[in-house]
Design a protein around this ligand. Sequence first.
Ligand SMILES: NC(=O)c1ccc[n+]([C@@H]2O[C@H](COP(=O)([O-])OP(=O)(O)OC[C@H]3O[C@@H](n4cnc5c(N)ncnc54)[C@H](O)[C@@H]3O)[C@@H](O)[C@H]2O)c1
Length: 271
Amino acid sequence: MPGRVAGKVAIVVGAGQTPGAAIGNGRATAILLAREGAAVVAADRDLASAEETVALIAEEGGQASAFAVDATDERALAALVADTVARHGGLDILHNNVGASVGAGDAPPLELSEEGFDRIVALNLKSAWLASRQAIPAMRAAGGGSIVNISSMAARHAYPFLGYKATKTALLALTEQLAAQHARDDIRVNAILPGAMNTPMAIEPRVAAGADRDELVARRNSRIPLGGRMGTGWDTGYAALFLHSDEARFISGVALHVDGAEHVSDAVAGQ
Ligand SMILES: NC(=O)c1ccc[n+]([C@@H]2O[C@H](COP(=O)([O-])OP(=O)(O)OC[C@H]3O[C@@H](n4cnc5c(N)ncnc54)[C@H](O)[C@@H]3O)[C@@H](O)[C@H]2O)c1
């Protein structure tokens, strides 16, 4: 299949999604990579959800397979990379999508438990390092590659919960460190910072915790200058597609805001 990532082998960690009507960031990214010619390994702790992503890709004639993995378990990630290389002959793309805030029990500093803090650090930060540590030798062997870490605009804005704020900010430092230390391996490492997105991950846990859905959606939409509404999983996916493609071959170590101009508008308003 011709396309912007034709012939590349891609692992998307967190390629399933939180149940809900809208498409998630990870699922949209997996679909777009496959649509543009990559062989996609849809990895997720929830195998059934990864299989749903694979079915959507297969319906379009794309190439994908599902793999069960806990992204906080390095041995499982090692098996994921080894299996991918054995079946596809190499690895070109690693997309680190897993992450959670409210859904993982995040809280303000004095309310967050030590156990909760450790869980969120493992899920949002350590997972990206472990997956990268497993993927980089395989990419090096293939002559290079692309890693994208999904951070959040919570790294730039005030955010009520400690675990998410701290880990999504640290993920930017991790991205820069990997980019600097593996540029000479021809491995590019970038971060995407989605802002307010209309995805199940952002909406459903808050509705489950008692928020009124319509009020929540209206409030999030009203924050966004560009178009006056939240972004979607596709917006994150298209940014990822670009960064993983050879079109971005001279780009590494960046933190790409995908936020409908919310951040720059806040900065101007605050002057
Ligand atoms: N949706 C937004 O508004 C928003 C905004 C900023 C950043 N983000 C970031 O986007 C990313 C996720 O977006 P999404 O829409 O794809 O979310 P999602 O919750 O729909 O999908 C995440 C997937 O990761 C899987 N997962 C969770 N823990 C895992 C683990 N330990 N091992 C393997 N898989 C695991 C889940 O099963 C799920 O399928 C997160 O990093 C999140 O912080 C989202």
